[in-house]
Design a protein around this ligand. Structure first.
Ligand code: AHG
Ligand code: MN
Ligand code: MN
Length: 345
């Protein structure tokens, strides 16, 4: 049997390498892993909704039964906000920034997507929680929106929890990426994937290809390029798309490949959110040796202008993302078959 290392022990041991570490990160990640367990407990009961009560019914305690994404949002704020470590939080589910109860003591900022892939819940398909942590910048009594609007390069930690065939927490504090799997019998996340590195090139591409018609020509050509036959570059690639970016990203992180949610005529700025999805996944991806951009700019260098800002996203194995960028920028070209894939104008 291998060494059983709990998430806490592993973070503490890593901090020994940094003599000035205050132990704060350990506490922040402990808060997040606790909140994740609360959400996991509910996610694993999702299929019971039909027999225990539906979303707009009243449960046995006389409370309204919440939709899972709203439930996850509340749990996250409740579980994390009361420790006083965060001055301000922002969630995909809340229009404005959130001030947790003991915010005046907090030095940190937490941005999160409480439940990613919520359209998959009813079908028992993997969903997740994504989070991003910054240090507070402001010196005013109350934290400000600007504390939340920091570029991704300033993240001090980021991660996600995937509620799949098992629950797994993956995070980085800027020193590599580690994955921990929840052992439900003891309620602990145990180190299962130390120092994750993503392959330099993969054989998988993931996007919602139903939007093909609405994509820019560069991306259309890239997709056709991936579907062409070429032994040397392992083409054609396999298409894999779950529809929860956290799960698509996680698979590609381990196996190699590219996840893309480009801009389209339907979503001119892309669909995914810079602060809750793109930044944290980009930090993890780069720490694992991968690459993340909007097709042109490094995701983590994009200056955020608003909380719920969207961005196109190309993320995954370094070589795959570089080639996608070349197509997106018109630096590479192939002929599109006029019959099957007419140009987008
Ligand atoms: P969320 O459930 O947090 O709203 O996010 C859903 C996102 C993302 O997880 C996924 O990659 C994408 O939406 C799927 O979008 P399409 O249905 O347009 O493919
Ligand atoms: Mn999401
Ligand atoms: Mn969500």
């Amino acid at each position: 049997m291998g060494d059983l290392i709990t998430i806490e022990r592993h973070i503490i041991e890593q901090q020994y390498n940094y003599p000035h570490a205050t132990g704060e990160l350990t506490k922040l990640l402990h808060d997040v892993s606790f909140a994740a367990k609360l959400i996991w407990r509910q996610v694993t009961r999702a299929g019971l909704v039909d027999i225990l009560g539906s979303a707009d019914e009243i449960n046995v305690q006389g409370e309204e039964v919440k939709k899972l994404d709203l439930f996850a949002n509340e749990q996250f704020i409740k579980a994390i906000g009361h420790h006083g470590r965060f001055a301000v939080m922002a969630s995909e589910e809340n229009e404005d920034i959130i001030f947790p109860p003991k915010n005046k003591y907090g030095n940190y900022v937490l941005l999160f997507d409480p439940l990613d892939g919520s359209s998959n819940i009813d079908a028992n398909v993997s969903v997740g929680t994504i989070f991003s942590i910054f240090k507070r910048k402001s010196t005013s009594e109350e934290a400000t929106l600007e504390d939340c609007l920091q570029a991704g390069i300033h993240q001090i930690a980021a991660g996600y929890v995937i509620y799949g065939s098992s629950a797994m927490l993956v995070f980085t504090t800027g020193n590599g990426v580690h994955g921990y799997t929840l052992d439900p019998t003891i309620g602990e996340f145990l180190l299962s994937h130390p120092n994750i590195k993503t392959p330099k090139q993969g054989k998988i591409y993931s996007l919602n290809e139903g939007n093909y018609r609405y994509l820019d020509d560069g991306v259309k050509k890239y997709i056709k390029y991936l579907q062409m036959d070429d032994k040397e570059t392992h083409r054609p690639y396999s298409g894999r798309y779950i529809g929860s970016c956290v799960a698509d990203f996680h698979r590609n992180l381990l196996y190699g490949g590219i996840f893309l949610y480009p801009r389209s005529k339907k979503a001119p700025e892309g669909k995914l959110r810079l602060m809750y999805e793109a930044n944290p996944l980009a930090f993890i991806c780069e720490q694992a040796g991968g690459r993340a951009s909007d097709g042109k700019n490094r995701i983590m260098e994009i200056p955020p202008k608003k909380l719920h800002q969207r961005t196109p996203l190309f993320i995954g194995s370094e070589d795959d993302v570089k080639i996608a960028e070349e197509f997106e920028q018109g630096l590479r070209d192939i002929e599109l078959d006029e019959e099957l894939c007419p140009p987008n104008h």
